[in-house]
Design a protein around this ligand. Structure first.
Ligand SMILES: *Cc1c(COP(=O)(O)O)cnc(C)c1O
Length: 467
């Protein structure tokens, strides 16, 4: 995309001119690339008896999703409007992923010192980083202000802390406040951040809150942004758009009260849901832009610069887990396939299977798609508790030891958010590309965690500490 280079100042980038030939918003080729990659992973020895588990990232797919995001907004925005698409690092905290997205024109949204360190390691310029988090320490705030990273304050006490810090040292950091529009929950409570009692931001509809916020901006000329993020997965588009409308209305109210354009940038968060039921990309970034145009037409007029913070919609559909079936058995009449992929890689699916269903795609030991009469089977992981299942009673061709199980749509918040239960090590992550002649090239994006590091990270150097 056109805006891959760091801005010289703290402003977000200008939108490129609307592309004459819009990038397609679906990736019809993704299933074909996946089949080729599974086959090649067998042929090139990436998956084997000795390495029964690996994770793959489809780099062309990630690029395509980044292009649909930047293209959809560029087409809708008044020419020259500053825009920064900051990838929510928690969705895929891997330096090569951040580099790939930076090359596609994106920055980073970070919410912890670790995520900030990852963005810096990926070479993201501070003016293309946004720091959000409900519990930033004074030291974290000082570091962000010293770097010039944008900061969104979560609450009144953080704003008071910023008063002191901003008074003491000059900073180029754009600073905003996160609001909770209290527009309501989506279908997954744990991921709904705009409920009446959500822990995030300043609740806009609480008694006196709106007046307090307007006053807070008038008293602090250095507050130039407003931020909201209404939730992730399960929040329908109209509800996300309603939160953004509230954000826009508040910015207008503050600017009218200030008699100038004090709020110059709106950070509308991320939260585009992902379809886990098939390879279809729905809803699309373009559909989200359409919903925003309908609910908040002024958002695209060029009055405000824009920041977005998408995570899941950029990488989820482009990651997959591939694992060998180690054993099979039948218990209580139910066939069970025991694999190496479970709660450590798909934590949410295992603990909340109704909210986070994943597809299971079966392949032969040679890496060809398995066909055969569907039989209800459990796909089990390696962890030592009964609930460690990626799927229960799923109708699939009967699996045998040595067959492969592919778990698509795991490129965000799944294998990139490893859970250390049972001291299971992090598997390797390989990127792949497919050449025009259908050759698959793998590149190691993250090495597998050596088992030897597990005792090291578990107090092996201080074995007698508790004696
Ligand atoms: C998690 C998060 C995002 C990204 O959400 P997605 O659903 O992955 O797009 C963006 N902004 C904030 C503040 C978040 O907490």
């Amino acid at each position: 995309m056109a805006h891959a280079h760091a801005a010289p100042d703290s402003a977000p980038h200008s939108a490129p001119d609307p592309a004459p030939d819009p990038a397609p918003d679906t990736v019809p080729d993704s299933a074909r690339r996946r089949d080729l990659a599974v086959r090649a992973a067998v042929e090139q020895g990436l998956i084997s008896e000795h390495t029964p588990l690996l994770c793959l990232l489809d780099t062309a797919g990630i690029r395509a999703s980044a292009a649909t995001l930047t293209g959809a907004f560029a087409r809708a925005l008044a020419p020259g409007t500053p825009v920064l698409h900051a990838f929510a690092v928690k969705a895929a905290p891997l330096v090569p992923v951040l580099r790939l997205l930076a090359e596609a024109g994106l920055g980073c949204e970070v919410a912890s010192p670790g995520e900030l360190a990852l963005a810096r390691a990926a070479g993201i310029a501070p003016e293309r980083i946004v720091l959000d988090s409900p519990a930033k320490t004074a030291a974290e705030l000082r570091e962000a202000l010293a770097l010039g990273v944008a900061v969104n304050a979560d609450n009144r006490q953080e704003l008071e802390r910023l008063d002191t810090l901003v008074a003491r040292a000059a900073t180029t950091s754009p600073i905003g406040v996160r609001i909770n529009p209290q527009t309501g929950a989506g279908s997954i409570d744990a991921l709904s951040t705009a409920t009446a009692t959500s822990k995030f931001g300043i609740a806009l509809r609480d008694p006196g809150a709106r007046e307090w916020l307007v006053r807070a901006y008038l008293d602090r000329p250095w507050l130039t942004r407003l931020h909201t993020h209404s939730g992730s997965q399960g929040v329908p588009l109209p509800l996300i758009a309603e939160g953004v409308r509230e954000l826009y209305a508040l910015a207008e109210e503050i600017n009218t009260a200030a008699g100038r354009r004090q709020v110059d940038t709106l950070d509308i968060g991320g939260g585009l849901p992902v379809n886990f039921a098939s390879d279809t990309v729905t809803p699309t970034h373009a559909e989200y832009v359409d919903a925003l145009r309908e609910a908040v037409p002024g958002l695209f007029s060029g009055t405000y610069g824009l920041v977005t913070e998408f995570g899941r919609s950029l990488t989820a559909k482009h990651g997959l887990v591939l694992t060998r079936v180690e054993y099979t058995k039948t218990t209580g009449g139910r066939p069970i396939a025991l694999t190496h992929a479970g709660v450590q890689l798909a934590t949410r699916t295992v603990y909340a299977p109704a909210a986070w269903p994943l597809r299971i795609l079966p392949y032969s030991a040679q890496g060809t798609p398995l066909t055969g009469r569907p039989v209800a089977q459990d796909i089990a992981g390696p962890a030592c508790f009964a609930g460690d299942l990626l799927a229960a009673a799923r109708a699939l061709p009967l699996l045998a030891p040595g067959d492969l199980v592919c778990v698509p749509d795991t490129g965000a918040y799944a294998f990139t958010a490893h859970y250390g239960y049972n001291s299971l090590p992090r598997p390797a992550v390989h990127g792949f590309t497919v050449t025009p002649s259908d050759t698959v090239r793998f590149t190691l994006a993250r090495a597998a965690q050596p088992v030897s590091t597990i005792p090291e990270e578990a107090g092996a150097s201080t074995p007698d500490a508790l004696l």
